[in-house]
Structures are given as C-alpha cells and as structure tokens.
Design a protein around this ligand. Structure first.
Ligand code: ZN
Length: 377
C-alpha cells in the first residue's frame, strides 16, 4: 500500500500508512502560510480492501465548516470523479472506502492541474479571435497568462471586459468555470460570439496563481500571499501575479470585471458586489441587481438570497480585486462564488457541485454579459 502526492497540485503528508485499517494523513500548510484545506493524493495497492483514512488535522483547516456534511471527490482514472461520504470524528475527517481498483485518487474538489491549464490556454487559441500574452513571471518563474478574445481590437469605443479566476488556487471549480466560458467563446453559437466580440474585448486570466496551483495550496502563492488581499498595493517581489495583471488593466481600461471563486462553507452560488466602495450609488446598484437577477433567471443553481452581507458605503476592503476595479475603473465589478460541497436548493445526489455545473454557470454568465453589454455599456 502506498500514498503518493508528489505530483501537479498534490498535497498530503503521511503520518502512518502501515495498515489499511488506519491510514493517518495530514494536509500540508500552504507555502509560507498557515492556511490549509486543499488535498489531493493517490492511494494504491488496496483493491477490494476496506480502507479507513483519517485526515488528522481536519479541524484546524481554514474553513472547518467546509468539512461538515462533506463528501470527498474520488476517481479511479483522473477523468471520472464521484463523491463519497466522510465523517468528522473529533479533529479527524474519516473516509471509509473499499476501492474496486488498485489505484484511487482523492481530492478536496475535482482538480484542475497546471497541465490542464496549459491545455486550456492552447485550446482557446483555436479561435481566430483569440490572442495570448505573457504578462510577467511568477516567483517560481511560471508565466502569468492572459488570453484576449477580440474581433477588432483597433476599433475605437470598444468595451473591455475582464475576468480572472483562481486567485485562491484550491478553488479549482473557478478554472472549470473558465473552461466552460472559453468553450463557449471558441465553439459556441457563431452569430452570438461574433456579435458579442463586435462590441467588446474579453480579457481572461484563467489562472491567477499557477505557483499555488502546482504546489497544492488552498489560498496563497509561493510567497504565502493571499492574492485577493494584494490589490491595493501589489508587490513585484511578493505578489507579481497581481502586479502584472493590474498593470495590464491600467493599459486597457476596464468596463466590466468578474473575479471567480469557490466558497468552502456556503452551499450556494452567489455574487458579492462592491456596495462598500465610497462612490456606491443607485446606478451601480441597478447594474449589480440586473446582473444577479438575470443570472438567477437563466441558471437554477444561481440565487440572490444568500451570500456575504453587503458592506455599507465607505467600509469596503480595498485590498480586494473587485473593490479596487470598481473604484479605479468606475465599472461593475463582482466576485462570483460557487460551493465546494453542493447547492442546497438544487442538489446533485451523485456528484454534488461539479465541473460540469461550474461550466454551465459560465455559459449563463456569458449570456448575461452580452445582455449587460447592450443594456448598460
Ligand atoms: Zn476564493
């Protein structure tokens, strides 16, 4: 019996792997940080053997509620993933399973590895409207990558839409969402895409945190920085990912901004606005209400009742991407959250929240973006 985690996005530490009856492991802390919750590992040599796996440090994670009523993601082949019950026993998260093959993978959510990211970037370039740009390098010398969809970038008066994902690398559903969006832009209905790109350029950063993704971090980059607290004053040394993206945004301008995340605890899809910025007004509220309202109409998994409480004007945390974009570029800027577990109103008993549902949500978002473009820009 072996446990392996030394691969792209892997994370686990072995405490005791002598008997399948009591496999003891711990989740490693993010690089230079005390956050942890993302795990991804392979167990082998256990076909038809009942295994009891205990994640011993499950109650010290960043979001302990995330493991209440949680079902772990499992796969025998890394492409088909299913959910399996877990139980919280004291400080441990227990997984009891009898694998039907010699190899089984476990992960906090269906992984989106850096290799998948590179394949996604390459696939986006099948579109005649897509161009690729390296904005800079991460601390570990990886490319910070931008793809731009535009049919006529030279034309004056075009609107500029920016979407970023995976500032928090453990929130892999956000890059599944990006894959869904890119699929629509590359292979979606031609007249729809053409019409959309006639009026606007879409800038995408599908993975803001490649170092953290590769390292199997939950929230931070290689320097231990939470990138979504670096937007007020990004540092070239400690948060180059934000530094280079923000610099490009200054160059292009921003008319619409969306930052895509996953939430460990809340079993809902929701959008957080930027009501806490100083210049919040009725017009901005109407823009936000339109986007959220239309998305809820188009996609049953999205709702507007539950989310983070809105801050009062002037109380915003200005270190976050959405508040910075809203204040700097005076545009609609939002944070989209998807669950790790499932939506409580539209549950999927078999798969929970999943890559396919993340992608469907992206399709709906693109439709609402097109309506927002014609109605508000
Ligand atoms: Zn997040």
């Amino acid at each position: 019996m072996e446990i392996t985690q030394n691969f792209d996005s892997g994370n686990i530490e072995i405490i005791n792997c002598n008997s399948p009856k009591e496999i003891e492991i711990e989740i490693k802390e993010d690089s230079n940080s005390h956050f942890y919750q993302w795990f991804y590992f392979r167990l082998s040599g256990v076909k038809d053997t009942e295994c009891k796996i205990y994640i011993r440090n499950a109650q010290g994670v960043a979001y302990p509620k995330g493991f209440q009523g949680y079902r772990v993601c499992c796969s025998y082949d890394k492409s088909n993933w299913f959910r399996h019950e877990t139980e919280l026993i004291g400080d441990s998260l227990a997984i009891v399973i009898k694998p039907v093959r010699d190899i089984i993978y476990f992960a906090y959510f269906v992984p989106y590895t850096l290799e998948q990211h590179y394949a996604l970037i390459a696939s986006s370039l099948r579109s005649e409207f897509c161009r690729h740009e390296v904005l800079g390098k991460t601390i570990e010398d990886r490319d910070i990558e931008l793809v731009r969809f535009s049919s006529n970038p030279e034309k004056k008066g075009r609107k500029v839409f920016w979407i970023i994902a995976r500032q928090h690398p453990g929130e892999s559903m956000s890059e599944w969402w990006m894959e869904g969006l890119i699929e629509q832009l590359v292979d979606g209905p031609k007249t729809f895409v053409k019409q959309l790109l006639k009026e606007c350029d879409i800038y995408l950063v599908p993975n803001m945190n490649p170092d953290g993704s590769y390292r199997g971090n939950l929230r931070t980059n290689a320097a231990g920085r939470n990138l979504n607290r670096e937007w007020e004053n990004p540092s070239l040394d400690k948060s180059p990912e934000v530094y280079f993206v923000k610099r490009k945004m200054r160059e292009t301008g921003v008319d619409f901004f969306l930052d895509v995340h996953g939430d460990e605890s809340l079993p809902y899809c929701f959008i957080a606005g930027t009501e806490g910025i100083a210049g919040w007004n009725k017009q901005k509220q109407a823009q936000l209400d339109f986007f959220k309202g239309r998305l809820a109409q188009l996609n049953p998994d999205f709702q507007t009742e539950v989310g983070y409480p809105a801050k009062r004007p002037g109380l915003a945390n200005m270190t976050m991407s959405a508040t910075q974009m809203a204040a700097t570029h005076n545009c609609l800027a939002m944070t989209l959250e998807m669950p790790f577990k499932d939506t409580i109103d539209t549950p999927d008993e078999e798969f929970g929240w999943s890559p396919i549902r993340s992608k469907q949500l992206a399709h709906s978002c693109l439709l609402v973006m097109a309506e927002y473009l014609s109605g508000f820009c």
